[in-house]
Design a protein around this ligand. Sequence first.
Ligand SMILES: Nc1ncnc2c1ncn2[C@@H]1O[C@H](COP(=O)(O)OP(=O)(O)OP(=O)(O)O)[C@@H](O)[C@H]1O
Ligand SMILES: Nc1ncnc2c1ncn2[C@@H]1O[C@H](COP(=O)(O)OP(=O)(O)OP(=O)(O)O)[C@@H](O)[C@H]1O
Ligand SMILES: [Mg+2]
Ligand SMILES: [Mg+2]
Lengths: 227, 227
Amino acid sequence: VIETTDLHKIYTMGDEEVHALAGVSLRIERGEMVAIMGPSGCGKSTLMAILGALDKPTGGVYRLDGVEIGQMSDDRLSDIRNNRIGFVFQKFNLLSRSTALENVALPLVYAGIPARERRERAERALEIVDLKARMKHKPNELSGGQQQRVAIARALVNRPSIILADEPTGNLDSRTGEDILRLFQELHQTQGITLVIVTHAAEVAERAGRVISMRDGVIVDETVQTS
Amino acid sequence: VIETTDLHKIYTMGDEEVHALAGVSLRIERGEMVAIMGPSGCGKSTLMAILGALDKPTGGVYRLDGVEIGQMSDDRLSDIRNNRIGFVFQKFNLLSRSTALENVALPLVYAGIPARERRERAERALEIVDLKARMKHKPNELSGGQQQRVAIARALVNRPSIILADEPTGNLDSRTGEDILRLFQELHQTQGITLVIVTHAAEVAERAGRVISMRDGVIVDETVQTS
Ligand SMILES: Nc1ncnc2c1ncn2[C@@H]1O[C@H](COP(=O)(O)OP(=O)(O)OP(=O)(O)O)[C@@H](O)[C@H]1O
Ligand SMILES: Nc1ncnc2c1ncn2[C@@H]1O[C@H](COP(=O)(O)OP(=O)(O)OP(=O)(O)O)[C@@H](O)[C@H]1O
Ligand SMILES: [Mg+2]
Ligand SMILES: [Mg+2]
């Protein structure tokens, strides 16, 4: 379902060039659960942004369901970002003037869901990540791990078929992180969701069917695991 | 050096009261290395903000070097925050319009250090966290783990005698996280720095002399470890 061919991403700063991605080719099948690991700065978030149609590569091709992303209309891209893919950002990207509930409901606004159903579904998503008691808090009235869980709830609320999660447990204690992981695995097993998780944690990676390792903008290893 | 007696922190939101801290008493000796662990939302960052003189408790007393923080003048508090304590924030709190180098140099500006020495010391601090190649990048031109390391470098640059680090390795791969940990341990062992680290990672906590566990705004356990 996800296929990249020789992706490059170059940032130009004055006379300096940063090769964030230097030729990444990968293929993720529908319903797979894949972990991406690698040292700080090696290009994981850059790759995720391209997979999530949030950024364009400088070179190479990205095909989603066989269609080249670079050739899609803005409408189609928008639909993919809002309905097809759920994205958990490494830095959460919550709206600071909205409550947890409003933040989680936002993808439903874009999907044209009516207000009452939005509220019910957003409350349900917050309940699943154990945050219903904090749903009226704004992000600066939440702990780091609570903000991370709001970001996770928001990524799930539109029932996407692909979830891209960039370090979703980085700010969570092991028990809460375990709950989130079990939630992801359940979505994966019961609904066949395709799951790509960037993680630094071995305990997360070992639940994946495959672990892709990156270094300096390229893939250096792939390990198939049977859990 | 750090002593709290029955600290309380209550946030009032409309008719709801959140007891972020519900009676925290602890004592940290000069030169100790202490880890603080506990579930997401249990009060760790709230406690750290009070220890760092960045927030006031609603109740209870905090003594730093035997002097009650609540009775100190603004000048003295300012001096403590800028020169005595180095704080690594869970959300980094970098200035988005300044480069990594400028962000790291900021505490030196407050300390009245001249420009050339500021630049040399800030470069040195970035080198220590392996980020000299990125020193001209702004935060949004850095990866999550690189931003975290800039926050760490900034906390160290004024050579504080106390370091309060709120989840300093949450966004780092295990090798980079290990480098940071070894750096903290070295400062601890060679310079007798007092180190308080909030962490979710067992591999960080096991390097501490003592692990304090929190839950629902109180301390529930303390374990002394000999490493
Ligand atoms: N400004 C605020 N207004 C209301 N409640 C708040 C505010 N700031 C924090 N809280 C609440 O206080 C509690 C403690 O927050 P704190 O940030 O100290 O948790 P934490 O232990 O650091 O969690 P984490 O591991 O997720 O970072 C949380 O339940 C949070 O929702
Ligand atoms: N806008 C930008 N301009 C210049 N360089 C950038 C920009 N964004 C990212 N980079 C650089 O690209 C490289 C890859 O960044 P990326 O965020 O993908 O890393 P990462 O693997 O997610 O790291 P981490 O594990 O620390 O989150 C980094 O070295 C970073 O400094
Ligand atoms: Mg990243
Ligand atoms: Mg916290």
